[in-house]
Design a protein around this ligand. Sequence first.
Ligand code: GLU
Length: 323
Amino acid sequence: MMRLSVGSLGGTVSMQAEAAGQGVTPQLDCEALLAMLPQLRNIARIRTATLCLLPSASLGFETLLEVLAWAREEVEGGAQAVVLTQGTDTLEETAWFLDLLWPFEEPLIITGAMRSASQPGTDGPANLLAAVQVALDVCSRGRGVLVVINDQIHAAAAVRKTASLAMAAFESPGSGPVGVMVEGVARYRHPPLPRQVLSLPAHTTQRVALLESCLGADTALLQALPQLGYDGLVVAGFGAGHVSLAWAEAMMALASHMPVIVATRTGSGPTARSTYGFVGGEIDLQAKGMRMAGALCPRKCRILLWLLIGAGDVPQLEQWLPR
Ligand code: GLU
């Protein structure tokens, strides 16, 4: 039998109410999650670890680095795949963070649930079963970190939570999922693509701000960033990556001190590079020293920049966000 490691971090998949009428909170450890699917023990030799029991809003980069260290040790110790369960609220960010640092061919699969463990029709066990099936599938090798949820398989770079409470809460806008589950089997749309991986960060105290441009917004927060100790900035810009004239000027002042990336706040589609010529448009912003995010969403840009700053590898932005 194949060797699989399953780690749990908390989230709705692990949540129950402590007493009738109370809200749900993380309760179930990894063994309890696995106990809902006794058949898994017949398809793989499974090691479990309850790595934390948190709502995913409270996961942080330090915790994720510990999770990564655990997952690396499992693979180095012989695991042929790793599955993580966590809350869905920040899953798109944790998946990308781990993907950028996952050096192995072995799959690292992340899943969660939209309905808590005590709700009728909970999706946790079905998602966990699908995640294990994907993890053990030889076709999943070499694809980095994948998100398996609602019978879809998403690439870490593209996946986003696009609905707050719906069961179909995840999408990969623009590209679509990389695969789907059909009768318990992963069906991929294309072979694995070449991957690049970042060095582990040597520092973890760097700070990267993420601000969204909004109609009529002033520049007070932008101007305060250097004295607040920020080392980088991501702006979720209008449309194809645009900001107001006032923001363009404030951001130009920042770009001489720190990397500034401009993404789109629209939720889908890439930023432009060579279309708009007005002040605050992408041509102007690039001339002022900023980088356009392409198809990478603002939240994923922040994670990329945080990791690059932490590893002293900011010049690698060239590779990740080519001009
Ligand atoms: N809907 C979220 C979840 O699926 C809430 C809690 C969390 O993200 O941890 O888990």
